[in-house]
Write a protein that binds this ligand. Structure first.
Ligand SMILES: [Fe+2]
Length: 446
């Protein structure tokens, strides 16, 4: 039997899925694109790589994109990827702002499997005061990625609030913050600090980055595309704009919705404009449009654009007698994202994998001592300044006496995709992830 590379196999399954979706049997596809059916079968089975020329011809013939033929590279086959602090050190680069050194950046662990883009950043600009208007502070323009920041030392965090007003947070070791995309911000070290302040700036994409972003961009008219952004400035406006969005998407008039729900047209219009609706009214509206109530429920909380969590005020609890947890900055609008500082206090039971987390994890050793990471796939030492990525559902534990910073994200799986997969069910989910079958059997099936 020929050896089949795991990546080629995945890419073959991806091609199988693509052909299934286009309702092409391999022989149809081969004929259309001018390839031998045996070649096509060998790409699907992963025996041969898909040649670039094949992709080019396919994109000319079919309404598909080149990117549809490529699979995400798995750079972490054991479920755990570590970057040592010495490797981070080598990636150092100084960023100047206004002609002066402003930040030193170093990479920490990055994986191709999900959207973490974490950096270690030292603040080289020293400020003598805590004035948000201080002229030596150089601001960025904000960025598309969400940002969780963990502070080490005497760091000032500058940000613009909802009204564009410049603000400053006086941060110390263990404090943290969450920054909404596109909020301009900056960081400096306060004068008198023993050493330059340090942040772990963990940026990450969520549901919108990648495919959704590309689909929006394909609309090509940013004004049209931005109509997808509804009014979530208050809970009631959120519900109202969701009701209006679904109603008009389904071509249902106010009159028709009123007939179906027995709620007056006037009341429905008020709800759509942001008047508060009772839960029973929303239930009735959802039912009448054959959608779930959750689909028109707004966010319960409207949060500020930056969330600051002081270390001493964070919730604390212990877990499995091996960990003491401190909750860091989190946003209720990112329910699949959690940041925690975890003190590891157990030397025992190395083979008791007490952690099995259904989120992607970025972990940085912020303590002063080495730890051991035991996983179902092996054992690794984890030194201060090392960082690692752990895949969802890898059984593992931390042992030793030390402290880690942990940022967990759902990537693109948490939320609606997870619900969709749950409806497809465990039994079919393997096929949903990697299509191994044609959509029908030529010999028939009954
Ligand atoms: Fe940033």
């Amino acid at each position: 039997m020929k050896f089949i590379d795991a990546e080629l196999k995945k890419s073959g399954h991806n091609l199988r899925g693509l052909l299934n979706d286009l309702k092409r049997r391999p022989k149809d596809a081969a004929e259309e694109l001018g390839y031998k059916v045996q070649d096509l079968e060998s790409y699907i089975s992963g025996i041969k790589p898909i040649p670039p020329e094949f992709i080019k011809v396919a994109c000319e013939k079919w309404p598909v994109n080149e990117r549809d033929f490529f699979v995400i590279k798995d750079d972490c086959p054991n479920g755990l990827k570590i970057m040592r602090s010495s490797e981070s050190y080598k990636s150092s680069r100084i960023m100047e702002r206004a002609g002066k050194p402003y930040y030193e950046y170093r990479d920490t662990v990055i994986t191709s499997s999900t959207t973490f883009r974490p950096e270690w950043i030292e603040e080289l600009c020293i400020v003598e005061d805590n004035d948000p208007e201080n002229r030596s502070v150089q601001w960025n323009n904000g960025h598309f990625m969400h940002q969780f920041t963990y502070f080490i030392g005497d760091v000032n965090y500058y940000y613009k609030d909802e009204n564009g007003k410049k603000c400053v947070g006086i941060m110390n070791t263990g404090d943290s913050c969450y920054i909404t995309p596109f909020v301009p911000h900056s960081f400096t070290t306060r004068a008198g600090a023993d050493k330059p302040g340090l942040i772990l700036a963990l940026t990450f994409g969520s549901s919108l980055s990648g495919d959704a972003q590309q689909e929006l961009a394909a609309i090509s008219n940013p004004t049209k595309a931005s109509e997808f952004a509804l009014d979530f400035t208050s809970s009631d406006k959120g519900a109202g704009s969701l009701v209006r969005y679904f109603r008009s998407s389904f071509s249902i008039s106010l009159e028709e919705l009123s007939n179906r729900t027995k709620i007056s047209e006037k009341k429905l219009q008020d709800i759509e404009n942001g008047s508060s609706a009772t839960i029973n009214e929303l239930k009735s509206i959802a039912l009448s449009m054959n959608i779930n109530l959750r689909d028109i429920l707004p966010n319960d909380v409207v949060e500020p654009v930056t969330i600051i969590q002081k270390y001493n005020e964070g919730r604390r609890w212990s877990l499995s007698k091996s960990y003491n947890v401190v909750e860091l900055a989190n946003s209720s609008s990112l329910p699949y994202t959690r940041s925690l500082e975890i003190s590891v206090t157990s030397q025992k039971n190395h083979d008791d994998y007490d952690q099995n987390i259904g989120l992607h994890q970025y972990i940085y050793n912020v303590g002063n001592s080495e730890l051991i990471i035991n996983s179902e796939n092996g054992k690794e030492k984890f030194y201060p300044g090392d960082s690692c990525y752990i895949k969802p559902f890898l059984k593992h534990n931390f042992r030793g006496d030390g402290k880690i910073l942990c940022l967990r994200i759902g990537g693109k799986i948490g939320g609606d995709p997870q619900r969709e997969l749950s409806i497809i069910g465990k039994k079919n989910s393997e096929r949903a992830i990697s299509e191994s079958l044609p959509w029908f059997n030529a010999e028939g099936s009954n």
